[in-house]
Write a protein that binds this ligand. Structure first.
Ligand code: HMG
Length: 394
């Protein structure tokens, strides 16, 4: 074990994402419900959403995101795996334990699941940074994985999606050094929630947008009070993107409440590259803000040495604003081709098939129920037997 010093740079050393087997274009949803497609493409800024196959879930997605990270760096030094999700599959056992097993990580690992709506991955990242400050020789694998589900034929239906992001958090990171301070905000609001007995979230759409904006104001105020950077120090901003237009609403709100003009070219410059993955994947809850980072790093000209702002929002609500400095030379460590392939390999499905998948749920009778073999991904949910999920590595 080595000892941390105040100067230890800690942050994201590697980032990899995975998404589902299927994709539903918003044109199909618009055709089904008679909505002008402009409402989706322009109004909320979404073009398609990832739909899990019957043999995919947060574990298979999380393992698929994390496997390339472990393949590149090995498991040495990974002593903690934090799994962030709000679409948990078990009230007791952490989904990360299945991922730990599928990845063949050593038994000398602590594994835990964290929840606070879409904010969970940022909590996981902050916990990881704390552990590494304590012992910079350790690495923490953060996995954020979610399947977003709203009721069929509800306004939220157009803002579903699914994906997982895996981040290896280390000292002297190759991608992004995460800085202190953070701006924090918590408010007890019922904008979006999912009681334990429900598969789909309950949401008050307009209230949730207002609650998000209130949290933007609150985190930025606290960030300033804690001695954070001025707004003009940032080259780009990665927001939680339940739908990509929300990032624009949030950034304009931040600028207004901080007393800046909302020059549209500047807003576009600050956000434009962060939405590419989210607009075709949809809301991936905990993973969303880090898909924004992936899109930014994969597409931008050299950002080495530049500051990026992160705004993580989780309904209910908890939010955090923090800064990261992009590491010089980061471009050699990106997974741009893998990320594009993850998006492009999805098979388009029609509305009827999507509706069938949406309505399906695992049998609860304790019997032996193999899953239909649908996914072509590296891991699959093989079935459920005696109330136990069985996973397979391909
Ligand atoms: P809605 O109420 O049906 O839509 O659902 P709307 O009427 O507000 O229209 C949306 C936008 O499209 C509007 O633009 C319209 O003008 C525009 P805005 O006024 O907002 O700028 N529009 C059009 N534009 C072009 N051509 C057209 C057209 N028609 C309309 N023809 C809503 C929208 C987001 C409320 C709904 O999808 C929903 O409830 N989604 C789920 C909740 C959500 O995503 N909330 C976001 C904030 S909360 C959050 O981020 C946390 C979350 O991720 C959960 C977590 O933390 O775990 C959700």
């Amino acid at each position: 074990m080595s000892t941390s010093t105040a100067a230890t740079a800690v942050g994201i050393h590697d980032l990899s994402f995975a998404t589902t087997e299927f994709v539903l274009p918003h044109t199909a949803l618009a055709e089904h419900n008679g909505t002008p497609v402009g409402k989706y493409h322009v109004g909320i800024g979404q073009r398609s959403m990832s739909v899990p196959a019957a043999d995919e879930d947060i574990v298979t997605l999380g393992a698929a995101a994390a496997a390339p990270v472990v393949a590149r760096h090995g498991a040495d030094g990974i002593r903690t795996l934090v799994f962030a999700t709000e679409s948990s599959i078990d009230q007791a056992k952490a989904a990360g334990v299945y991922v730990h097993s599928l990845l063949g990580l050593p038994s000398a690992t602590r594994v835990v699941e964290l929840k606070q709506a879409c904010y969970g991955a940022t909590a996981a990242l902050q916990f990881a940074l704390g552990l590494i400050h304590r012992d910079p020789s350790q690495k923490v694998l953060v996995v954020a994985s979610d399947v977003s589900r709203y009721e069929l034929d509800s306004p939220g239906e157009a803002t579903q999606g699914a994906a997982a992001v895996a981040m290896l958090v280390t000292a002297d990171p190759a991608l992004v050094r995460i800085e202190e301070p953070s701006g924090l905000f918590t408010a007890d609001v019922m904008d979006f929630w999912r009681p334990n007995y429900r598969d789909a979230a309950l949401v008050d759409g307009q209230e949730s947008i207002g609650a998000y904006l209130q949290a933007v104001r609150g985190t930025w105020k606290d960030y300033g009070e804690q001695g954070g950077r001025p707004l003009e120090a940032f080259s780009a901003f990665c927001y939680h993107q339940p739908f990509t237009r929300m990032a624009y609403k949030a950034h304009r709100h931040l600028l207004n409440s901080a007393g800046y003009d909302t020059d549209e070219a500047a807003v576009q410059g600050a956000l434009g590259l962060t939405t590419a993955y989210n607009e075709v994947i949809g809301n991936s809850y905990t993973a969303s803000v880090y898909l924004g980072l992936a899109a930014l790093l994969d597409q931008a000209e050299d950002l080495g040495g530049r500051a990026v702002g992160f705004l993580s929002y989780g309904s209910g609500s908890v939010a955090e604003f923090f800064a990261g400095t992009v590491a010089p030379g980061y471009r050699a460590h990106l997974r741009t081709a893998q990320h594009r392939a993850a998006v492009e390999r999805r098979r388009p499905i029609g509305y009827a098939r999507y509706r069938e998948l949406h309505g399906a749920s695992l049998p609860t009778d304790g019997g032996d129920h193999p899953s239909p073999e649908e996914t072509t991904g590296p891991f699959r949910l093989a079935g459920i037997n005696g109330h136990k999920r069985r996973y397979e590595k391909r």
